[in-house]
Write a protein that binds this ligand. Structure first.
Ligand SMILES: C[S@@+](CC[C@H](N)C(=O)[O-])C[C@H]1O[C@@H](n2cnc3c(N)ncnc32)[C@H](O)[C@@H]1O
Length: 570
């Protein structure tokens, strides 16, 4: 081993204000001459570091813009951010059109660092990688950060990199950035201008690489200027018949990158979080699992990119499947189909497996909710009547094991009622039978709440307002309080949140649907379930929660209890 140490421990992860000032001054002095401005920055950084590097675009050296050369002094050029400056200026000078059409949203250095940390933690150090490819290199953020972690003489390290970009200026910028980092111009034949997904580009890349890194464009293929040509679509369909030609660019990069990996290689690519759970990405997930299974997941909690999309980074590597490292947390078993539960795990939702083959709520109760007709059918029938026989129960009146009817007003059909009651004689005849069928002892469950909230209607006189779900026990079912405990339990809420994450819905407010509730598993420990039912009858939520955990064989899962408890409104 010659030359420089591996990563520079002192390299900061977030540019300081001086860097921002420098970039802003260059942009202001550029007068729209993007190439000239980047060339000027390359020139200034090269001069500050006493090296010879130029901006070369399509084989031609670009002249530096004089106005940018003269713009303010910049000690930052000699500092650790020097090689990054051309890319920062390229990004700042992108017209908004390019952001939309090419998906140009550079990755902030801190994020690149976090993503490479996860990659190394999951698949091992990259210090000795012999070949690294960024298939959408932009200004070279991933190249620079990866180079910092590699062992060897800087020029040798720089020569291990391959890069692709559709935009020749981007490629020239990344090449100049890596050359500035290496301390001398590196050969440019590994910087390929082209569409990474096109066969002509693939022909100019090595057959296999050790590492694929980057942040590919997130371009929708459904409409507008970002849709690919019909020829390109047909080519992708031929390449991946199971995935089809309309696959998003980011997902297609993932598949194409995976196919380039050496058998002991690894890949990390930024992706929109829809890749994890969207049903139209299911074929991409399935294919990736066969070529290079998911190993790690980084989740951007802070919307760090300029794009208005929630992002993740996928670490994948060939070989057998293994537990997936989720951020800095625990490793989680992958599941076939959706990876939404991994996203949930990254957001602090405890993982519990949905038991298969156990009896469900559907076997002991009918689970029903009304729709539009049932809602409108009640509009003329709700009156304010403290002595009404049939109380209307809206979502807002339901708390965990507590019915707020009469204690606080409720809203129904844009009106406020102190004691909302249903006059059965005024119900729309079209839904009267449905309403009457609800007049049985039951448990009512709210929707759009942070935990599942259920109350018991022992008499069977309450009318559920849409979208309240009615759970009506069959004759051989355990008591109503058993059902209420089952629905109130930490397990029911956690499974509902995991389920929501699996279908890419917000896990913040659980949208309760009758079919989903009907799938709730019944607990195996009847004695603990009895204790939970007694606690539910007393209104003791905590005791009910613990007993239900025991009933499900999860009495040791304090994390599940804490997660559920922290979501209950005070
Ligand atoms: C999101 S930027 C990422 C830049 C860089 N990797 C980073 O993280 O800062 C995406 C880059 O992909 C390039 N690009 C868009 N479509 C491409 C394609 N089909 N093949 C290769 N590059 C593409 C754009 O020009 C842009 O520079």
């Amino acid at each position: 081993m010659r030359g420089w140490p591996t990563s520079l421990p002192g390299t900061p992860r977030t540019p300081d204000p001086e860097v921002h000032r420098f970039v802003a001054a260059c942009v202001a002095a550029s007068h729209g001459d993007v190439g000239g401005a980047i060339a000027a920055v390359v020139h200034r950084v090269a001069a500050a570091r006493h090296v010879e590097v130029e901006l070369i675009v399509d084989g031609v050296v670009v002249d530096a813009a004089d106005s940018v050369l003269e713009a303010g002094a910049g000690s930052v050029c000699a500092g650790p951010w020097g090689p990054w400056l051309p890319g920062f200026v390229r990004e700042a000078l992108q017209p908004s059109d390019a952001q939309r059409v090419l998906g140009v949203h550079h990755t902030p250095p801190r994020i690149v660092g976090d993503i490479l940390d996860l990659l190394e933690q999951t698949t091992g150090p990259i210090a000795d990688c012999a070949s690294v490819l960024d298939p959408a290199v932009g200004g070279g953020a991933f190249l620079l950060a990866a180079a910092e972690r590699m062992r060897g003489d800087r020029i040798d390290v720089a020569e291990r990199f391959w890069a692709v970009d559709l935009d020749p200026v981007a490629l020239g910028t990344a090449h100049a950035a890596l050359s500035l980092w290496a301390g001398g111009s590196v050969p440019s034949d590994r910087f390929v201008v082209g569409d990474f997904l096109a066969a002509t580009t693939a022909a100019r890349l090595p057959e296999r690489v050790d590492l694929v890194v980057g942040n590919p464009p997130f371009l929708s293929q459904l409409k507008g200027p970002t849709a690919r040509s019909s020829d390109a679509r047909a080519a992708l369909r031929r390449r991946w018949p199971d995935v089809g030609g309309y696959v998003d660019d980011a997902a297609a990069f993932l598949l194409a990158g995976a196919e380039l990996l050496a058998s002991d290689g690894a890949m990390v690519l930024v992706q929109p979080d829809s890749i994890l759970a969207a049903s139209d990405a299911a074929a991409v997930r399935a294919r990736l699992q066969t070529v290079a299974p998911l190993r790690g997941l980084w989740v951007d909690e802070n919307r760090s990119f300029a794009a208005s999309v929630d992002t993740v980074a996928i670490v994948a590597a060939p070989g057998d499947t293994s537990p997936v490292q989720v951020g800095r947390g625990a490793a989680v078993e992958p599941s076939a189909g959706s990876w939404g539960h991994l996203l949930a795990a990254a957001r602090g939702v405890p993982i519990i497996a949905t038991p298969s083959g156990t009896p469900t709520l559907a076997e002991i109760a009918d689970v029903t909710a009304g729709f539009r007709d049932q809602y409108y059918g009640l509009v003329d029938a709700v009156v304010d009547d403290a002595d009404g026989d049939h109380r209307l129960i809206t979502v807002g009146l339901i708390d965990p094991l507590h019915n707020g009817w009469g204690e606080r007003p409720a809203r129904f059909a844009k009106q406020r009622f102190r004691h909302p009651s249903v006059d059965l004689g005024r119900v729309d005849p079209a839904v009267r039978d449905w309403i009457r069928a609800r007049l049985v002892p039951k448990v009512l469950v709210a929707s759009q709440t942070k935990v599942l909230e259920a109350i018991v209607d022992e008499v069977g006189s309450a009318v559920p307002s849409v979208p309240v779900v009615s759970v009506e026990p069959r004759p051989d079912a355990p008591s109503l309080w058993h059902l209420a405990a089952l629905l109130t339990s930490p397990v029911a809420t956690t499974l509902a949140v995991l389920d929501a994450a699996g279908s890419a819905m917000s896990a913040d407010a659980i949208r309760v649907s009758a079919p989903r509730l009907a799938r709730l598993p019944l607990p195996g420990d009847r004695r603990a379930w009895d204790e939970a039912a007694i606690a539910a009858h007393r209104g003791d939520i905590d005791e009910c929660g613990w007993a239900m955990l025991r009933a499900h064989g999860l009495g040791h899962r304090c994390d599940v209890f804490e997660f559920w408890r922290s979501r209950i409104p005070s």
